[in-house]
Design a protein around this ligand. Structure first.
Ligand SMILES: Nc1ncnc2c1ncn2[C@@H]1O[C@H](COP(=O)(O)OP(=O)(O)OP(=O)(O)O)[C@@H](O)[C@H]1O
Ligand SMILES: [Mg+2]
Length: 510
């Protein structure tokens, strides 16, 4: 009998899972030690979410074994997994929208929150508040979940999964599948503090496409490629480039923004987009100029109003004042249909909700706007459309069995790529509004998106970018506006050759 500390918290041996046309898991091995934070890295579609879903009973493996603390188990449901102390925060959010945060947190593990079938609201609220306090969140437990921001809902999910502590005598295993992709840097810090605290009494499995983050918060990283385990590395002293090489199986360039320098024209062009004094309930007096060929980044903390500015420019949020022109003509901001017709493309951050139609095929999702667009011209010839779609599938290395596969069967990152491709396919865009376009994408797809953004800019498209990180904003933008509390507080020039540092921007953001 080995010493208790040496028995892994969780062990996976030879796990296999087939889907029609895809071998999602191809004999995966994985060891999660007690009291460690284990990173799981791999390209989009490598099999990470499938593996983790098998660990919480949501995916039934075709072959292989799962061992919990030295005992072989069968996990047939989330409840069975929870009884073994395994809980997961999902990449696709799982909260019930019309319930309060407190109800969502306590749901399924009510404990003293229910007495003889009757809900004790005070107790539930208190239990939920305790969980929220643990992660330093100030969300009102009585707020309805559908009124919360995406990031706040993510915090509610984390608070919820932590309830598993109450359920088991043993140290739990908490699985976080891309918990940071929708969070801003301050919230990420809070989460990481929480993850480090969790290590004291639990094991954590952590997935992120930001490799610096993985190396920062994890003790060890396991790498998946094409549904197979390809190796493990301790994070101490490891570099993102090494991890990336293991993920793709060859030497990849680490230089994300490389080759993306703007093609400079001699004279400055007049602005393509001109915004003067635009106001709404969430931002005030916004002035913004974007020239053809220019990428303008807007940075700001959560609640700075930058997302709302983008939504307003797409006609998705009413404005109360302001003049907005595109190419010298007054822009109709009354509807998204009018915005599309004027040549505006918008890649929303919440692509799952606003961006895709789950049961429809990859091809249909990719060509949605083209069909709806006023400028679609003659009816799209199916075979022509098919080869167009195939070209984009190849260009963004979208992992799908076929262009006819339903988008909901793709991995999270590959779904993102399809929605992104829709706007690039559209072809008649003059202003592109990108809200976190690289969210959830692996490094390879990200550099491809950077190249495409620059290519579109060089062809005369004006771009507004809400980047995923300050580094991305600096790397990609020609100019950066800082927003704080609904106002533009600063403009920073960002030409290649003399870029500001992230610190320069942070100083302006607070
Ligand atoms: N329900 C499903 N039906 C069919 N195929 C699926 C299903 N779920 C996943 N797949 C396929 O299995 C493979 C692995 O997907 P998975 O979601 O595990 O990838 P991932 O590593 O989590 O990627 P990402 O980083 O994009 O989230 C992909 O090719 C995906 O299309
Ligand atoms: Mg995934």
């Amino acid at each position: 009998m080995p010493a208790p500390g040496s028995v892994p918290a969780l062990e996976v041996r030879g796990l296999v899972k087939h889907y029609p046309g895809v071998k999602a898991l191809d004999g995966v091995d994985l060891v999660v030690r007690q009291h460690e934070v284990l990173g799981l890295a791999g390209e989009n579609g490598a099999g990470k979410s499938t593996l983790l879903k098998a660990l919480v009973g949501l995916v039934k493996p075709d072959a292989g074994e799962i061992w919990v603390r030295g005992e072989k188990v069968r996990l047939r449901s989330v409840v069975e997994a929870a009884d073994h102390g395994i809980g997961m925060v999902f990449q696709e959010q799982s909260l019930v929208p019309n319930l309060t945060a407190a109800e969502n947190i306590v749901l399924g593990s009510e404990g003293p929150g229910v007495r003889r079938g009757i809900y004790r609201w005070d107790t539930m609220r208190k239990l939920a508040q305790e969980q929220l306090d643990k992660i330093g969140s100030h969300i009102d437990p009585l707020a309805r979940t559908d009124t919360l921001s995406f990031a706040d809902r993510q915090m509610v999910e984390i608070a919820k999964v932590l309830r598993i502590e109450q359920r088991t005598q043993h140290p739990p295993v908490i699985i976080l599948d891309e918990p940071t992709s929708v969070l801003e840097s301050k919230e990420i810090e809070t989460l990481f503090t929480q993850v480090r605290r969790l290590r004291e009494f639990a094991s954590v499995v952590f997935v992120s496409h930001r490799l610096d983050e993985v190396l920062d918060v994890c003790d060890r990283v396991s790498v998946l490629r094409g549904g197979q385990s390809v190796g493990e590395v301790p994070t101490a002293g490891a570099l993102p480039a090494e991890l990336h090489r293991m993920m793709i199986g060859s030497t990849g360039s680490d230089d994300h923004y490389h080759d993306t320098a703007a093609v400079r024209t001699e004279e400055p062009l007049p602005p393509m987009l001109s915004v003067r004094g635009m106001s709404s309930s969430t931002f005030r007096d916004v002035d913004l100029d974007v020239r053809a060929g220019e990428i303008v980044g807007i940075v700001g903390v959560h609640g700075s109003g930058r997302e709302d500015v983008c939504r307003a420019l797409f006609g998705a949020e009413p404005i109360s004042a302001g003049e907005v022109t595109l190419d010298g003509r007054k822009l109709d901001l009354s509807s998204t249909r009018a915005a599309c017709a004027a040549g505006i493309g918008y890649v929303p951050a919440e692509r799952k909700i606003e961006g895709m139609v789950g049961p429809m095929s990859v091809a249909e999702n990719m060509t949605l706007t083209k069909q709806k667009s006023r400028c679609a011209g003659p009816i799209v010839v199916p075979s022509k459309q098919a080869s167009l779609v195939d070209r984009w599938i190849e260009r963004l290395s979208i992992r799908t069995p076929h262009r006819g596969t339903a988008i909901q069967r793709l991995s999270g990152g590959n779904q993102q790529k399809v929605v992104l491709a829709r706007w690039l396919v559209a072809g008649d865009i003059r202003l592109l509004l990108l809200d976190h376009p690289t969210r959830g994408l692996d490094i390879g797809a990200r550099s491809e998106v950077y190249r495409l953004m620059r290519e579109l800019a060089n062809s005369g498209v004006a771009t507004v970018l809400l980047a995923d990180s300050l580094e991305e904003a600096i790397g990609m933008s020609d100019r950066i506006l800082v927003m704080s509390d609904g106002r533009v507080t600063k403009e920073v020039a960002c030409p290649s050759g003399s870029k500001p540092t992230p610190l320069d921007l942070v100083k302006e953001m607070v």
